[in-house]
Structure formats: C-alpha cells, structure tokens
Design a protein around this ligand. Structure first.
Ligand SMILES: [Zn+2]
Length: 234
C-alpha cells in the first residue's frame, strides 16, 4: 500500500475518533454539567453583589433615620409657638416660612423612604431567587456530574476501540509524516489529506506552485501553502 493510501486509511479511521470527540464535547450530558458548574462557580460573586447592595441600603437607612431625627427636633420649636407669638411677639412670618420648609423636607424624606422600601424589597427578592437557584443547581450539579462521568466512561471505551485500530494503522506510516499529521490534527485542521483537483487544493481552492505541481504529478504529497493540508492526486 502506498504512503498516500495508508494516510487516507488512517484519516478515515481518525474521522471516527473526531466524531466521538465532537459528540462528547457537544453532548447534553456535558452541557448540563458545565451549566451547573459555571453557575456554582459564579454564585459567590453574585452573593457578594447582593451583600454590597444590602450594605448600601443600610447606609441609606441610617442617613434617612438621622434626617428624620433632625426634623423631629425642628418640629419641637413649633410646640410652644402660640405662647411665643402671644407673649414674646415672635415673628410669625419667620415661623411660617420655616414651617413650609419643614413640610418640604418631610415630603422629600417620605419619598426617599418609599424608594428605600422598594429597593429593600427588590434585594430581598433577588436574594431569595438566588437561594432557590443555588439549591436547584446544587442538585443539578451532583446529578449531572454522575451522569456525565458515566457518559464519559462509555465514550472513552468507544474511543479506545478506535484508538487501538489507529495505533495499528500508524505503524505503516513514515514517522516524520505521521508526526506532521498529528501536529495538524492538534491544530484542528481536518480533513488533513485533501485531493488536488485541476491543480488546486480542493479544500481552499488555492492553486499549486510549479514545484508543487511537479511533486504531485510524480506521486508525492505536498502541503497546501494556504490551508496547510496535505495534498495528493488520485
Ligand atoms: Zn488548501
């Protein structure tokens, strides 16, 4: 068998291995496992974000409480307003003005308190929903890990059969050529052996150089200058 035929035979078998590898990589079993794993690894970060939001709300609540106390103090001035006006001839216009300003402050404080309440509720809901998800994902992680491990074991067995066959086929291939083949495969070039049609690479369409054409027509294998595949002529 010629070197080209050996390589083609090897590649044909190798394609089975690639298919198995792709199946394993895109399997539902792996997807469920990776999804749960990713979620679990990001959960602490999400929890930190909620913590930071809660701390910010706590600071806001402290600020509003201080503002409320200040207003309470200011309102005390009005308790004895009647007497002050009667007995001391206090300036009514001045008190009227400060009463209006207090009213404004109370109104704005009320608004801030209601938005704070809404924000606290939102953070609480966010926390509850995260907790629920974490519990569900913990379960999914455990289950999918077991399923995926079993699936991988099965795939490994199937791959081992193909790999055994590949090992046998590799014995008949020139070691230097074979090592080049393996390098290309690791670079995810596949198929590696491509037919030349009308002096062009059938995969990328680039025309062969003069030297390439000569080598090909004498039954050799050349590398495509563009996609780096092995080119041969039938
Ligand atoms: Zn090419």
């Amino acid at each position: 068998m010629s070197q080209i035929e050996q390589l083609l035979k090897y590649q044909q078998e190798d394609e089975k291995l690639i298919r198995l590898e792709q199946e394993a990589a895109s399997s539902e079993e792996r997807k469920a496992y990776v999804q749960a794993k990713n979620f679990m690894s990001k959960a602490p970060e999400k929890l930190d974000q909620i913590d930071a939001k809660a701390a910010e709300l706590e600071r806001m609540a402290a600020r509003l409480s201080a503002a409320y106390q200040e207003l309470e103090e200011a309102l005390k001035d009005f308790d004895s307003l009647d007497e002050m006006v009667k007995e001391e001839g206090a300036n009514v216009a001045f008190y009227k003005k400060s009463a209006l300003s207090l009213q404004d402050k109370i109104k704005s404080l009320k608004g801030e308190i209601s938005s704070l309440t809404a924000a606290v509720k939102a953070v609480d809901e966010e926390y509850k929903s995260l907790k629920k998800k974490v519990i569900a994902m913990q379960k999914q992680y455990k289950e999918s890990h077991a399923v995926y491990t079993a699936y991988k074991e099965q795939k490994k067995k199937e791959m081992a059969v193909v790999e055994e066959e590949l090992k046998k086929l590799a014995k008949d291939i020139d070691p230097q050529v074979f090592s080049k083949y393996q390098t290309k495969r690791s670079e995810r070039i596949f198929p590696i052996m491509c037919e030349v049609k009308a002096d062009r690479c059938s995969k990328c369409g680039i025309e062969l150089s003069l030297a390439g054409k000569e080598a090909i027509s004498s039954g050799g294998v050349v590398e495509c200058e563009n996609c780096h595949r092995f080119l041969y002529k039938k």
